[in-house]
Ligand binder design. Structure first.
Ligand SMILES: *Cc1c(COP(=O)(O)O)cnc(C)c1O
Length: 389
């Protein structure tokens, strides 16, 4: 009789294959992962460039504006800029970084619908002219500070099935979107288009469907009012694999192209997308070390030299990183604790690994997005260094 492989073995095997695939391309990646001082986030720049090419190959009609907040390491930004990517920024700090690479301001947009006035002022003064809005107040603010700016309206779409939903914080319904476009026009701004965000790590194609369908409706209505728009921006949301496989770029692209053919038979002047996680998420491994072990009420605990306050905040929202160690042997179920004294600082539960000891390197896969950028020095422990190669 065939024996069922238990889910712990499957989980570890998945992580092993993932790790081997990651290091198989370049020997220096493996060497770095084995020797770098921990904690460290090792980013694969070649992998990032390949992902950019993959996105452009499957969605050639789109201009890519990489969402800098996902990972703002200067080498990551530089690699993307050399590939021809544009950038989506929200702060003066992000904008300065991108400009320092020689990126022309026409390749930079700002899609956070609520922006600090100082940022708008700075961005406009260096030539960034395109800003998202989703309120009358923002239109008034921009009209004062950046009188001839171009604005695009953020439309609300459902975030169901996104592992990091942006529920209700941003976006307006169709009628309000029309009113804002009209208001921007009257305030002397140039209403150029629409945007939406399906939620981060979106594995639900339906969200893109609603976004594009509703955008087409607003687009037509605006045209009837004499507002001819140019830009459709479909935001971010491209998923990457964590403990499960995710939709591939190819799958999302195929679906998107079908939707666009149906709802935008004459293609908008510019199609934009703003992937963050989808570009860098599975192109980074966080290398940590075991600093302690304990058995508590039947649970096996290991403690790592980083934690949720030093960059692993997304575990609090449900993200589960595949976890790997370069060891063999019978698997045990572990609870993985973070380095600080805070009881919320637990990185994962139900992780299957062989017996591990203090000093062993533990690899957190798919840690390229929303990790180091989230990190603080809580309890005096550092944010992991970023090594991009
Ligand atoms: C964060 C963000 C993105 C990137 O989202 P991902 O899910 O990482 O692709 C894109 N656009 C806007 C406006 C964002 O705030």
């Amino acid at each position: 009789m065939a024996t069922l492989v238990n889910s712990g073995e499957l989980q570890f095997e998945f992580a092993r294959r993932y790790f081997n695939e990651f290091v198989s391309v370049r020997e220096e990646l493996l060497r770095t992962l084995r020797t770098v001082e921990t904690p460290a986030l090792v980013m694969d720049l070649e992998g990032i460039k390949s992902r950019y090419v993959e996105i452009k190959y499957h969605l050639p009609e789109f201009n890519v504006y990489y969402a800098v907040k996902a990972n703002d390491d200067i080498k990551v930004l530089s690699a993307l800029s050399k590939m021809g990517s544009g950038f989506e920024v929200a702060s003066a700090e992000e904008l300065k970084k991108v400009l320092s690479l020689g990126v022309p301001p026409e390749k930079i947009i700002s899609s956070n619908p609520i922006k600090p006035p100082e940022f708008i002022d700075y961005a406009y003064s260096v030539g960034v002219k395109r800003f998202a809005v989703d309120s009358f107040t923002e239109v008034e603010k921009i009209a004062k500070i950046a009188p001839r700016a171009r604005v695009y309206v953020r439309v609300v779409v459902p975030n169901e099935g996104s592992e990091w939903p942006l529920s209700r914080k941003f976006g307006v319904d169709k009628d309000t979107a029309l009113e804002i476009l009209d208001y921007a026009n009257r305030k002397g701004l140039v209403p150029i288009g629409l945007t939406f965000h399906v939620g981060s790590q979106c594995n639900n194609l339906r969200n893109w469907f609603i976004g594009i369908r509703d955008s087409a409706y607003i687009w037509q209505k605006a045209l009837q009012k004499g507002i001819r728009m140019l830009v459709l921006n479909i935001g971010g949301g491209l998923p990457v694999r964590y403990i499960r496989e995710a939709l591939r770029v190819e799958d999302v692209a195929y679906y998107l192209r079908g939707l666009l053919r149906k709802y935008f038979p004459s293609q908008p002047y510019e199609l934009q997308m703003e992937p963050g996680r989808g570009v860098v998420g599975d192109k980074g491994i966080l290398v940590t070390r075991v600093i302690g072990k304990a058995k508590r009420g039947g649970e096996n605990w290991i403690y790592l030299d980083t934690g949720v306050f030093n960059g692993l905040a997304e575990v609090l929202g449900g993200i589960r990183y595949p976890i790997y160690v370069e060891k063999e042997g019978d698997l045990k179920e572990w609870t993985v604790g973070g380095i600080s004294c805070d009881s919320m600082d637990v990185i994962a539960k139900g992780v299957f690994l062989p017996e591990v000891e203090v000093g062993d390197r533990i690899y957190l896969l798919s840690a390229g997005a929303y990790t180091t950028v989230y990190g603080a020095n809580f309890n005096g422990f550092p944010v992991p260094q970023v090594i991009a190669l």
